[in-house]
Design a protein around this ligand. Structure first.
Ligand code: GLU
Length: 452
């Protein structure tokens, strides 16, 4: 085959759409990556000849299974569970588990695809995977969640292993769920290994794993700002979400002298003109994670704050925006509103929170825009460090881990700069940088293996 008769981007995407009917999120994630990779590999014959992108965009395997459990009223409930093992060219499959009522195969395939690039960007030896179930943990008792997690792991365990596949948390899966699943794995296998990350500190978890994703997203934002001689100090920041990622992003913004104006959940967003400081952030952490309450309750607690029911926070005037809720929560119109209001930096704490129109709008406006596969990689990076600690049967100090997280985010930023330069300009296209830097390592490993 010669360089001239390769399929072009449109033909490639046509094939992806045909082979994945009814999976818009997966097609969207592949499109976002393919737009940059096609350009990059234009003159790189080997990547074409060995069909590298075509192979990364076809998961190694998708396992789907039935999960039966009994609710507190003795009703038999049936859910569907999945594990999408996308690619293990550079290390064991690694990626979170999501329990949410909207979970389906398309969502998990997009997340596993993205995870492959994200994990590569961390510089650690981890392949890409994602899993979960269409189980809605909202309103369920602890015992219901426990029975569901045990049933889920009773099937999933056969696909896992420290050198095979190591899941972690994601939306709807936190320390409580990881505890139930780790306990069940240990019971079935009669093995104590680091087969899940995000574990409690008493049984092999790592310090700062909880903080890592949110802190990392703000370190990345800071790195982008510093590169152009700016900083977070004194900036107004709009954050969506109020879970683990959002609250720790807020904590770091406060530590670096910024002001957090909003937080949200599926019910709407709260706007606090005084700023959501550390004390208020702690209240949200406790209220949402431990009491499993709603963000709307914030306005009962803190005078001056307003709750906007059913709305997203993107129309609030700000300098910086950190979407930390879920995929496609910020579209092209939202992006234009943010740009029009003077927003100069966006860092994705969630996975693919900005849709393709939004990505194109931020690129066109020259906004400092960091895609999730780079900006939120701090979480899985500390998961990788948890795996190392478990294998060596040691625990590193908080100080060591904080430094490793900080340096890892800088490393990712620098790799994006290396591959994301815009010809004839000082600016960086962080989407392109992250896509190419993540791709190259996986692609070169795949070339080394030949056709497998
Ligand atoms: N779910 C997280 C992510 O999207 C963390 C995955 C992990 O720690 O393995 O990267």
């Amino acid at each position: 085959m010669s360089v001239t008769d390769h399929v072009n981007l449109e033909e490639f995407m046509g094939g992806v759409k045909r082979r994945n009917p009814g999976q818009p999120e997966f097609v969207q994630a592949v499109q976002e990556v393919a737009e940059d990779i096609f350009d990059f590999i234009e003159d790189k014959e080997e990547y074409h000849e060995y069909q590298i992108l075509r192979r990364i965009a076809e998961p190694d395997r998708v396992v789907s299974f039935r999960v039966c459990w009994e609710d507190d009223n003795s009703n038999i409930r049936v859910q569907r569970g999945w594990r999408v093992q996308n690619n293990n060219a550079i290390g064991p499959y690694k990626g979170g588990l999501r329990f949410h009522r909207d979970v389906n195969e398309s969502v998990l395939k997009f997340l596993a695809f993205e995870q492959t690039f994200k994990n590569s960007l961390t510089g650690l030896p981890m392949g890409g995977a994602k899993g979960g179930a269409n189980f809605n943990p909202k309103g369920k008792s602890d015992h219901e969640v426990m029975r569901f997690c045990q049933s889920f792991m009773t099937e999933l365990f056969r696909h896992l292993g420290v050198d095979t596949d190591v899941p972690a948390g994601d939306i709807g899966v936190g320390t409580r769920e990881i505890g139930y699943m780790f306990g069940q794995y240990k019971r079935i296998k009669n093995e104590f290994t680091g087969v899940l990350t995000g574990k409690g500190l008493e049984y092999g978890g790592s310090l700062i794993r909880t903080e890592a994703t949110g802190y990392g997203a703000i370190y990345f934002l800071q790195d982008m700002l510093e590169r152009v001689g700016n900083s977070i100090e004194g900036k107004n920041c709009v954050i969506s979400g109020s879970g683990n990622v959002a609250t720790h992003a807020a904590e770091k913004i406060n530590q670096l002298g910024g002001k957090v104006l909003t937080m949200s959940d599926s019910g709407g967003f709260i706007y606090d003109p005084e700023g959501i400081d550390q004390e208020k952030t702690d209240w949200i952490k406790h209220h949402k994670t431990h009491q499993r309450g709603r963000i709307a309750d914030y306005v009962e607690e803190f005078i001056g704050a307003v709750f906007h029911e059913g709305k997203r926070p993107w129309a609030v005037e700000c300098d910086l925006a950190v979407p930390c809720a879920t995929q496609n929560e910020l579209d092209g119109e939202d992006a234009k509103t943010l740009i029009g209001n003077g927003c100069i930096g966006v860092s994705e704490g969630a996975n693919m929170p900005v849709n393709l129109d939004g990505v194109h709008a931020f690129k066109a406006a020259e906004t400092l825009y960091a895609p999730g596969k780079a900006a939120n990689a701090g979480g899985v990076a500390v998961s990788g460090l948890e795996m190392s600690q478990n294998s060596a049967r040691i625990s590193w100090s908080e100080e060591e881990l904080q430094k490793l997280l900080f340096d890892t985010m800088k490393g990712i930023h620098d790799r994006c700069v290396e591959y994301g330069g815009i010809a004839g300009s000082e600016r960086i296209d962080y989407v392109r940088g992250a896509n190419i830097a993540g791709f190259v390592k996986v692609a070169d490993a795949m070339l080394a293996y030949g056709v497998v």
